[in-house]
Write a protein that binds this ligand. Structure first.
Ligand code: PRP
Length: 213
């Protein structure tokens, strides 16, 4: 029996783009295009099994070996620091992690800065590198509301088009780090499935380079 490569794909538009890249890399799985609510698809002939998982969970599946490889945002990798190999920047799902605040905000360095975010670890590390005292307010979504209601002074969040900030009268103060989708691999899986993982990595790399030419 063929060794199957287990791939965790992030559910949604990004995941569909990623699947097409895997298909071109020689790992097709036609059943994935059927319209149904199944979450696992496999093509034994191509030696591949795909799972659709929540984007923020991809790194958990890969770190624990339920998936050999997966595609996760750099934001998730920086926030949770999973013990995995980061193999390739796919150059898609591009956005940035930024500090944002109500228009005209001025930082008063004599006061502890109140920072609302879903990315507490990234925010802690960022402000520690600046030597700035902060108080983290961890939220799970709709972060933009926090400074409007006076819950925080600033937010640390993902900015893609900037529309959410604009429509809530906020603006970017500083960029913390650029973000994009990364191919990641389980450390043990990499040892046992090196040939398949290298094949997929090299082929994805060619596709990324083609797009950049
Ligand atoms: C992210 C982020 C912002 C928004 C930014 O939320 O938290 O709210 O996208 O995008 P924009 O700059 O294009 O407006 P997402 O939709 O990923 O979900 P979330 O509310 O769970 O954070």
């Amino acid at each position: 029996m063929k060794t199957m490569l287990n791939v965790a794909l992030p559910k949604g538009r990004l995941g569909e783009k990623v699947y097409s890249m895997f298909e071109k890399a020689g790992f097709p799985c036609p059943s994935i295009k059927e319209v149904n609510r199944k979450l696992i698809f496999e093509n034994e002939d191509a030696g591949v099994r795909y799972f659709w998982v929540k984007p923020s969970d991809v790194a958990i599946y890969v770190e624990r070996g339920a998936a050999d490889v997966g595609i996760a945002g750099k934001d998730i990798l920086l926030e949770y620091e999973p013990d995995i190999y980061e193999l390739l920047d796919l150059g898609i799902g591009k956005c940035r992690m930024a500090v944002a605040a109500p228009k005209g905000f001025r930082d008063d360095v004599r006061k502890t800065l109140r920072v609302a975010t879903k990315f507490s670890n990234i925010a802690q590390n960022y402000y520690a590198s600046l030597g700035r005292d902060i108080d983290i307010i961890h939220l799970n979504g709709s972060i933009e509301i926090a400074p409007i209601l006076g819950l925080s002074d600033v937010i640390v969040d993902i900015v893609e088009t900037g529309t959410t900030l604009k429509e809530n009268n906020l603006e970017v103060v500083e960029t913390v780090v650029p973000i994009s989708a990364r191919l990641i691999a389980n450390k043990t899986g990499y040892k046992f499935k090196t040939a398949q993982i290298e094949k997929v990595t090299n082929c994805l790399k060619q596709q990324v380079e083609c797009k950049n030419d």
